[in-house]
Design a protein around this ligand. Structure first.
Ligand SMILES: NC(=O)c1ccc[n+]([C@@H]2O[C@H](COP(=O)([O-])OP(=O)(O)OC[C@H]3O[C@@H](n4cnc5c(N)ncnc54)[C@H](O)[C@@H]3O)[C@@H](O)[C@H]2O)c1
Length: 351
């Protein structure tokens, strides 16, 4: 496929030319829907069927960012391999000159693959200089997580199934032995049995309720408990929530109840640990096409709605979530705690 064969059309609903902010271009090639959005400061993204496959950050301007992404799109169309998936290539971390989190050590729980929100967080934290411990669910997940842990140069990589007795304790024990302290923790996990998640809240079984709340909420409370003694000089605890905690979002069902409990736990723990300099936040990203999201029926409709309604007219990426989270771990954010921070293009403010 030569570049000239791809017919990029600009999104007519966005302003174009000088003074425009983000511009979007789309092309349909066979079964693939390609989209490029570019910002005037030289940043841009290429998505294929809604999945981001390339992100350019340091182009001179919008035009150069577009040209670079066009080339990547051509390469994708020729090889059907995203840059990230080229055989033999290893995941790349963004190059950031200011190592604002240098010297900080953190635990990242919830990387399943390179689409995971936890991976977006890990990339941002590492790029800013933090040292990371990472966990993987089980042997099946290990092969996906290992190359990512390698890219992060993580000194601690451990199995963690929060439902397996003793595994959470073992992770914190290891951190105590290797580092002696912890500066931040990212809890980015949730689970609900299919019949509980896909049914009405009013029908949920006791087991379905207990499992959902156990994995998606209680484990954050327990991790905060285990992190507290390691955060002698203060620290920051993060968990991932969603707008379905506040509003009834179709198909979010019992997970909305769990996220409401989680956000409430964030406030109580923030109040309890605040005097020790430990801050606690829920991050509430807009919808992202991850493995966890695939369990939610009609998720594509949710993505379409988010994009159309959000003031930013854009879906968020795991990198957007990562940098916002990393900011809150910085000392500059030392007086911000107990928040639920929306990283959703402003979706939550619109009726
Ligand atoms: N994807 C979205 O649209 C979205 C939006 C807002 C919030 N969130 C939240 O973000 C968090 C991360 O989800 P994601 O979207 O990155 O999906 P993901 O599938 O990449 O991550 C979910 C993680 O939960 C882990 N997990 C599930 N059961 C576990 C257990 N018993 N022990 C240990 N780990 C377990 C999985 O291994 C996986 O790493 C979740 O809390 C999710 O609810 C997701």
């Amino acid at each position: 496929m030569s570049p000239s064969r791809v017919d990029w059309k600009s999104n007519g609903q966005l302003a174009v030319g000088k003074g425009a902010t983000v511009q979007e271009f789309m092309a349909v090639v066979g079964a693939d829907r390609l989209a490029i959005d570019v910002a005037p400061w030289g940043e841009g993204r290429l998505k294929v069927n809604g999945h981001e496959i390339a992100h350019v950050r340091e182009a001179k301007d919008r035009r150069q960012a577009f040209r670079e992404l066009q080339k990547i799109a051509d390469h994708y169309l020729q090889t059907r391999a995203a840059p990230f998936e080229k055989p033999g290539s290893s995941p790349k971390l963004p190059a950031v000159k200011a190592k604002l989190l240098e010297g900080k050590k953190g635990l990242i729980v919830g990387i399943a693959n390179d689409q995971s929100i936890a991976w977006g967080c890990a990339k941002a934290f590492r790029a800013l200089g933090a040292e990371l411990a990472v966990t993987y669910l089980n042997d099946k997940a290990k092969k996906f997580v290992d190359p990512l842990a390698h890219a992060l140069e993580a000194p601690i990589v451990m199995p963690l199934d929060v439902r397996a007795a003793g595994q959470m304790e073992a992770v914190f024990e290891k951190i105590g032995k290797v580092w002696g302290s912890l500066d931040f923790l990212v809890h980015s996990i949730a689970f609900s049995p299919k019949e509980a998640l896909q049914g009405r809240v009013v029908d949920v079984s006791r087991d379905g309720f207990a499992t959902t709340l156990d994995v998606s909420c209680w484990t954050f409370i327990r991790m905060a408990h285990l992190a507290e003694p390691l955060m002698r000089k203060g620290g920051t605890l993060f968990t991932m929530s969603y707008y379905g905690s506040q509003m009834v979002v179709k198909n979010y069902n019992i997970m909305g109840v769990a996220k409401a409990a989680l956000e409430c736990a964030v406030r109580y723990i923030a109040a309890e640990l605040g005097p020790k300099g430990i801050r606690v936040h829920a991050i509430s990203p807009g919808p992202l096409a991850t493995r966890a999201a695939s369990g939610i029926p009609e998720f594509d409709a949710l993505l379409d709605r988010a994009k159309a309604k959000a003031p930013a007219r854009s879906l968020v990426s795991i990198d957007d979530v990562g940098v916002a989270t990393a900011f809150l771990a910085h000392d500059a954010a030392r007086l911000i705690t107990g928040e639920t921070l929306y990283v959703d293009g402003g979706y939550h403010i619109i009726d």
